[in-house]
Each structure stands twice: as structure tokens, then as C-alpha cells.
Ligand binder design. Structure first.
Ligand code: NAI
Ligand code: 15L
Length: 298
């Protein structure tokens, strides 16, 4: 039992491995030092936003939640401010008093360019401008494996390989990575661009045996990004410890992310319920899977 003391620590921490969550420490005295005073979670109504909502409360005194969709009332320790990312004034209002952001909001699938432009390109510009004006120090940006979706599944890539987006969505995430780099170089706003693989309760198909990121590992990774003493501007592939992998995170070791889950335990069940892949299918050849052959949309 942990007792009455709460322990999420971070500003004063040593180099925690994310495998050892600060909450697991009992200092035996009343001490509550949280990593951030006010943390903003965008995309709070979405799939990952919902899974992060309760977990992220351990990382901050106040969790501010935002989305363009109404998702009900605030709970204890929360503030809710609805905002469309394309609306600069609304985004600036959500950033007031925020010291760090977990940016999950935006269009999360491939589709026509116009909505992606508004939510993911204009939206991420609005977010960084607001962060600059409000002196927000750190952002965890939900990028995507679709920034590099046109690499072959036979390749293992590091984060410094050139982007090869597999559609408008991937292009928008590549833009987010680039603009975050510019705001770091010019204004010192630190960002982790987390190229999330496939974050779902379980892998849904054979491709996801390589790309799967468990919800617990997602949280571990975000916590590592929020708490590492020096983040800088870093790109990291968001993936669990799967035996099959196309991504090498050596360049992001300083974040201290250690995946604890693996898709391997789902392998037999996934193989049993799915057909052998057609190796001539571009979706089977490329890391981005079916995204590589979506569109055109007009
Ligand atoms: P989701 O689609 O369930 O959630 C996205 C949320 O953003 C939604 O609640 C939506 O209402 C909100 N949103 C969309 N446009 C908006 C706008 N203009 N203004 C304000 N809010 C807006 O997606 P999910 O799965 O939760 O993903 C979260 C983030 O992680 C997304 O940015 C996605 O691109 C990224 N990601 C997710 C992966 C996954 O496997 N779930 C894989 C790679 C990246
Ligand atoms: C993504 O970027 C999507 O947001 C998510 O829904 C999945 O499709 C994931 O990539 C994936 O590549 O499996």
C-alpha cells in the first residue's frame, strides 16, 4: 500500500527510468511535488485523450482538457475549455497559465486535404504561437508513423531519416514536427514528437504486431517526455517492446522511455484470425499499411 502520501515527482528528480514511475515511491513524509502545475491535454474527447485523462492527473496539479467536441463536465482536478484548433483566439485562451501540453488533438486519419489543413496544420501553428506568447515550456506532440509510412517494412529506420509521408495526414504530421523544431530553435520551447505507431487496446492485424503501442506504454512514454530533465527537440517512435520492429529509438535514449508491454502475446491469435498477406499489395510492403493507398479524394 502506498499510504496517504502522493509522490509524483519530477522537477527535482534524478534521471528516472520511465519503467519506475515516480508514483511508486513512498517517501514516508507528506510531499506532493508534481511535474507540472497546469497541463493542457488537447484531443481529450478522442480515443487516446480518454485513456490519458485519468492517468495524466498524476503529472500535474491541474489538468486542462480541450477538444472541439463537448465531452461532458469537468471532474476533480480538471478544467475544460472547448476550442477548435483552427480558431487562434480559442487556442490562445486555452494556453493561458499552462506550463506543458500533451497535444493529441487533430484529425487522426488520412482524408481530404482541407480539414487536415485546418486541424493539423493551422491548428499546430496556433498551438505553438499560443505556447510562445504564454511562455509554455514543453510540448508532447502526437505525431504519427505515417510521417515515414512509405519506408518498406523490410527496413529499420532511425528518426533522422528523411520524412516519407504516405498521405496528406502524414504530411500534416511532418509539418508539426518541422514547426516544433523551429519553435525550439528560435524560442526554446522543448518538444517530443512522438511518432505513435498503433495505440489501441490490442493489435488489430498483422501489421500492428510491429506497430502496436499499449495504452500503458503510451502513458509511460508521455510521462518520460514530460519529466526528462532535458528534452530538447526529439523525435521518438511510440511503440511497445515488440519483437518485430521497423523503428530504432537509439537517438532518443535520453528520454528514458522503457517499454514494458509487447504485441508478441497477441501474435498467435492475430495470425489465427487474419489471412496470409498478399506480398504484392503496397499496404503489405510499406510501414504505413493501408494509408499508402488511400485517396485521391476528389
Ligand atoms: P481521435 O480521432 O480519437 O481523437 C482526436 C481528437 O481530436 C478528437 O476528439 C477530435 O474531436 C479532436 N479534434 C479533431 N479536430 C479538431 C480540431 N480542429 N480542433 C479541436 N479538436 C479537434 O484520435 P486518437 O486515436 O485519440 O489519436 C490522438 C492523436 O494521436 C491524434 O493526433 C493522432 O493523429 C495521433 N496518433 C494516434 C495513433 C493511434 O494509434 N491512436 C497513431 C498515430 C498518431
Ligand atoms: C495513425 O496515425 C492513426 O491515428 C491511427 O488511427 C492508426 O491508423 C495508426 O496511425 C496506425 O498506423 O495504425
Amino acid at each position: 500500500m502506498v499510504g496517504k502520501y502522493s509522490k509524483p515527482v519530477v522537477n527535482v528528480q534524478p534521471l528516472w527510468s520511465s519503467a519506475i514511475r515516480p508514483q511508486e515511491y513512498d517517501y514516508g513524509q507528506t510531499m506532493t511535488i508534481k511535474a507540472h502545475q497546469r497541463l493542457l491535454l488537447t484531443g481529450a474527447a478522442g480515443n487516446l485523450g480518454q485513456t490519458l485523462r485519468e492517468r495524466l492527473k498524476a503529472n500535474c496539479e491541474t489538468l486542462r482538457l480541450s477538444d472541439r467536441r463537448d465531452f461532458g463536465p469537468a471532474r476533480s482536478g480538471e478544467e475544460i475549455m472547448l476550442a477548435d484548433l483552427a480558431d487562434a483566439d480559442a487556442v490562445h485562451a486555452t494556453m493561458a497559465g499552462v506550463d506543458a501540453v500533451v497535444h493529441m488533438g487533430g484529425i487522426s486519419l488520412e482524408g481530404p486535404f482541407a480539414p487536415i489543413l485546418q486541424a493539423n496544420i493551422v491548428g499546430v501553428y496556433n498551438l505553438y504561437e499560443a505556447a510562445r506568447k504564454h511562455s509554455t515550456k514543453r510540448v508532447v506532440f502526437a505525431s504519427s508513423n505515417h510521417v515515414t509510412g512509405f519506408y518498406k517494412q523490410s527496413e529499420t529506420i532511425t528518426a533522422d531519416r528523411p520524412a516519407r509521408p504516405d498521405g496528406f495526414y502524414g504530411v500534416s504530421k511532418a509539418f508539426g514536427e518541422d514547426i516544433s523544431r523551429m519553435y525550439f530553435d528560435r524560442y526554446g520551447i522543448e518538444t517530443a514528437c512522438v511518432r505513435i505507431g498503433s495505440s489501441f487496446p490490442e493489435p488489430r492485424d498483422r501489421r500492428m504486431l510491429a506497430t502496436w503501442l499499449s495504452y500503458e506504454d503510451l502513458y509511460r512514454l508521455i510521462t518520460a517526455c514530460l519529466t526528462t530533465p532535458v528534452l530538447g527537440h526529439t523525435i521518438i517512435f511510440g511503440v511497445s517492446n515488440n519483437s518485430v520492429t521497423w523503428w530504432d529509438n537509439t537517438q532518443a535514449r535520453h528520454i528514458g522511455y522503457v517499454a514494458q508491454d509487447s504485441a508478441d502475446k497477441f501474435r498467435d491469435a492475430v495470425f489465427a484470425r487474419t489471412q496470409a498477406p498478399d506480398l504484392s499489395d503496397p499496404a503489405v510492403q510499406h510501414q504505413g499499411g493501408a494509408f499508402v493507398r488511400m485517396g485521391p479524394f476528389e
